[in-house]
Design a binder for this molecule. Structure first.
Ligand SMILES: Cc1ncc(COP(=O)(O)O)c(C=O)c1O
Length: 412
């Protein structure tokens, strides 16, 4: 069974637009195109239900129902309960709110661990707690590969550790970190584990129960959906957080980490992500109603993995073969090891120059530090020029990658 790429690409309205489809979109770690079911739901909700939910008039009832459906469907994709899911405008905003919600749980001298590999969204808000008496320890990366060594946690985690904030997969180094092993270790001393899954979620099924993390975050605009931040908070943890909503909502757990009114239509439309996975599952495996959402996504992710391996293999091979080219993270084209987000620098050319050449060939990409300047600086690179990043998802074609290679081959 292989991914039916033609079926996949027909599910994305972007590819039916000739101007958009001209670009080989290899900047998916920044933002993916939206799947058809998401676009359809958003159009429908903006047309028929763009009002305040919670009342008894028709459009309001539809808005309420759409949000409830999205909460249930999206929770199921993570193997979580609907009451454990919260929507914010972005992951950066969600970590910002969480830092305020969690700080009152701790006293001066308590410790948290952050990584040098994370996107700043899961770094700065925690590091800033040092100003309030929290001891912040840094899990640093290898200066050559940019990878984290779990053994380094020996010197970082102790009985004062309250939180380890880590990334499931870095948006630059791409390697998949062993969340479950970290969680086991941190839980053994009574700490919590918070995971940034933004760069992992577009590629693999996420099962928060199997990971045994306490908090998991990702951004739905990178998982073929609308621009929102999805936040899972373990049921038992939620009541311990300081309420961040209005005072008169204090008793409501659902407003605990969402101080602002969320975008109702975007939340409703996020159910289209689950619908998209279901469409893929039905097309490839038949309507297997016995499989739960996590199992369906796991099956579909298996198809993604094979396609993504085929996409990253020639790119990694070319980069690895060239003198003076440095790939961040592992060069193994193995979806169990890394996501297909490939960041590199060259001793011959600036990243800006390589980027310019790729853009001239209509390859969507970027260069710089991608909001992970601590990682890029640790690698000894100038964070402004930074790395060139080509990031694929399952809907990309081998021809799109080949277009990038026709630029990189002579240049490097
Ligand atoms: C790994 C990672 N974490 C966090 C974020 C921040 O997400 P948001 O843009 O939703 O704040 C990003 C965004 O690019 C990211 O790549």
């Amino acid at each position: 069974m292989t991914l039916d790429l033609d079926f996949v690409r027909r599910r994305f309205p972007a590819f039916a637009d000739p101007e958009t489809a001209r670009w080989a979109h290899l900047e998916n770690a920044g933002g993916s195109y939206a799947a058809g079911p998401v676009v359809d739901l958003l159009t429908s909700l903006f047309t028929t239900a763009k009002v305040q939910p919670g009342w008894d008039f028709g459009p309001s009832v539809r808005a309420t129902e759409a949000m409830a459906r999205a909460r249930t469907a999206m929770a199921a994709t993570l193997n979580a309960g609907a009451d454990e899911i919260h929507f914010g405008p972005s992951t950066s905003q969600n970590t910002y709110v969480l830092a305020h919600a969690m700080r009152p749980m701790w006293v001066e001298g308590d410790e948290i661990v952050v990584t040098e590999q994370d996107h700043e969204a899961n770094s700065g808000v925690w590091r800033r707690l040092a100003e309030t008496g929290i001891v912040v320890r840094e899990w640093t990366v290898d200066r050559v590969t940019g990878l984290l060594d779990p053994d380094d946690l020996d010197g970082l985690v102790n009985e004062r550790t309250r939180l380890v904030a880590m990334t499931h997969a870095s948006n630059v180094a791409a390697s998949i970190n062993p969340v479950r092993a970290v969680a086991d270790r941190v839980h053994a001393v009574g700490g919590l584990v918070l995971v940034d899954g933004v760069s992992y979620a577009p590629h693999g099924g996420v099962d928060v129960e199997a990971l045994d993390c306490d908090v998991y975050l990702y951004s739905t605009y990178k998982t073929f959906g609308p621009h929102l931040g999805m936040l899972y908070v373990r049921r038992a943890l939620l009541p311990q957080l300081a309420h961040q909503g209005h005072y008169f909502n204090e008793s409501r757990l659902e407003t605990r980490v969402t101080p602002a009114g969320p975008d109702h239509a975007l939340i409703g439309a996020s159910a289209g992500i689950a619908d998209y996975y279901d469409l893929l599952h039905a097309h490839h495996f038949g309507d297997d109603t016995d499989a739960d959402a996590v199992a369906r996504i796991r099956a579909v992710s298996g198809l993604f993995a094979e396609q993504e391996a085929a996409l990253m293999a020639p790119l990694l091979a070319l980069l690895e073969a060239r003198d003076g080219v440095r790939v961040v993270g592992s060069t193994a084209a193995d979806p169990a090891v890394r996501t297909p987000t490939v960041a590199f620098s060259s001793a011959k050319h600036s990243s800006a120059a390589i980027y310019d050449a790729l853009i001239a060939a209509e390859v969507s990409c970027g260069h710089g530090h991608f909001y992970a300047p601590r990682l890029v600086t640790a690698l000894g690179l100038d964070p402004d020029d930074g790395v060139v990043r080509l990031s694929m998802v399952h809907y990309n074609t081998e021809e799109e990658v080949a277009r990038a290679l026709t630029v990189l081959d002579p240049l490097l």
